[in-house]
Design a protein around this ligand. Structure first.
Ligand code: GLN
Length: 460
């Protein structure tokens, strides 16, 4: 089949289900089909492209794209056309992938349900009354609903793994610095990590490989050999592998159906030849509070650039007001409630007199979490846990309760704080509600291949 045919089939599917799912913020069939025709011509012209040439991909709307708007799910960037492509975008273009559109997200990637989008919530294809996870909920829903075979997301505290888990697909958070942040609209720069979504482990690995690797445009990009993720996904053999079950993740607050599927997955790993032991990571219990100081602190600094002068929205600029008034009116109108909450939290945590007590303390916790991982990876090759404490919750259920919302990332946040790699792969449906459950597999820094190797074994 040609790139045009595959692309057209997905555009048809998008037209059919989008009214129900709302996974996309921007779809432009003309631009997309022009890209597909260009790929077909490159192939006909004898250009040797990678294994994903001609395959369509949907991008989370935080990656800049020169031929489509980029909003980060915020009113403050409505209609903004970026002058350059993100590295993730440009590398996938070079590899011959076709951009299907830009997907919905929690505003500036802050949230776990996609309800914080300024453009309305995305719905979970498994049950339209439930959330598709977040913040990359448009990307997870698009793949789960067969609107896209592949999509990109970003994971700052769980925003790839959690949506993957609750929509029954594969989502990978690569090692921090293994995928470039250039052209990614920043939320918390020391945590933000681009990664892939797909319906199976090998497809995720192929997408991962196509956009990652060193990038001179990102000062935190790792200069090292890429872990062999595709090879690992094909290998899918875990005989003799040492697997640690994180003792701290389970029990109270976890849905019984999630724990049942998780324990079955652990038994499966054992039956495939893995040696399973329980591992304790005592500092993981402090990860959530540390994250909710570090992430908002970095957010308050990063979002200062939305000043009504340089990008998008400008409110109250009628010649009678000062720049400061225009800035304040624009930010009041352009940012949603969760973003404002985070900016205030972060500004407070960074203010003089409080810096050491909050931000400094959180950084210390971050070190303790890294040490827990180091100690654990001395004993075992990978750690496993449920990806999320519960399955997809109903839209609206946690919308007015930020603390309940933050709990969705209980199991995913330690990995972000330590910068290592982790994947979520489907491991069945919960008995209570018939909704998908995710198994999280965590590996050391630059051990991304282990996530794929174990993930592929579970999938088989
Ligand atoms: N849900 C978390 C938050 O709201 C994580 C978000 C993310 O990974 N982008 O910060």
């Amino acid at each position: 089949v040609s790139a045009v045919e595959v692309t057209q089939a997905h555009l048809d599917r998008i037209a059919e289900v989008e009214p129900k799912v709302n996974a996309f913020l921007h779809v432009d069939p003309e631009t997309t089909l022009a890209q597909a025709r260009a790929v077909d011509e490159r192939i006909a012209g004898g250009e040797r492209l990678g294994p994903l040439a001609g395959v369509p991909v949907a991008h989370k709307d935080v990656f800049t794209t020169t031929d489509m708007p980029t909003t980060a799910g915020s009113k403050i960037l409505e209609g903004w056309r970026p002058p350059y492509d993100a590295t993730v975008t440009s590398r996938l273009r070079e590899a011959g992938l076709v951009i299907l559109g830009k997907t919905n997200l929690d505003e500036f990637a802050m949230g776990s349900s996609t309800e914080n989008s300024a453009y309305g919530p995305t719905r979970n294809p498994w049950d339209l009354s439930r959330i598709p996870g977040g913040s990359s909920g448009g990307s997870s829903a698009a793949v789960a609903a067969y609107e896209a075979p592949l999509s990109t997301g970003t994971d700052t505290g769980g925003s790839i793994r959690q949506p993957a888990a609750v929509t029954g697909i594969v989502g990978m958070k690569p090692t921090y610095g293994g995928s470039s942040r250039y052209g990614l609209i920043a939320f918390a720069s020391s945590l933000d990590t681009p990664g892939p979504f797909a319906r199976n482990v090998l497809d995720a690995a192929l997408l991962h490989e196509a956009f990652s690797g060193h990038d001179v445009m990102d000062s935190t990009s790792i200069h090292a050999h890429m872990p062999p993720v595709v090879e690992a996904a094909r290998q899918a053999d875990i005989a003799g592998l040492r697997v640690g079950v994180v003792k701290e993740f389970g029990g109270e607050g976890y849905q019984p159906g999630v724990l049942a599927r998780f324990h079955e997955a652990v038994e499966l790993l054992e039956s495939l030849g893995a040696k399973v032991v329980e591992v304790s990571c005592p500092s993981f219990g402090y990860a959530l509070p540390a994250y909710y100081l570090i992430a908002p602190s970095e957010c308050s600094s990063n979002l200062a650039r939305f000043d009504a002068m340089r990008y998008g929205l400008r409110v109250g600029d009628d010649g009678t007001r000062s720049a400061e008034e225009v800035m304040s009116m624009t930010r009041a109108a352009g940012f949603g409630p969760e973003v404002k909450r985070r900016i205030m939290l972060g500004t407070y945590a960074l203010s003089s007199g409080y810096y050491d007590a909050y931000y400094g303390q959180a950084q210390k916790v971050r070190t303790l979490i890294s040490r827990d991982f180091d100690a654990a990876f001395h004993q075992v090759d990978v750690l496993v846990s449920p990806t999320t404490p519960t399955t997809a919750f109903p839209i609206g259920e946690r919308a007015d309760d930020p603390m309940a919302m933050y709990l969705a990332d209980l199991c995913t946040i330690p990995t972000n704080l330590a910068g290592n790699a982790a994947i979520s792969v489907p491991c069945g449906l919960a008995d209570e509600d018939g909704l998908p459950v995710g198994l999280q597999i965590m590996a050391p820094v630059l051990g991304d291949d282990r996530c794929y190797r174990v993930g592929a074994a579970v999938e088989k």
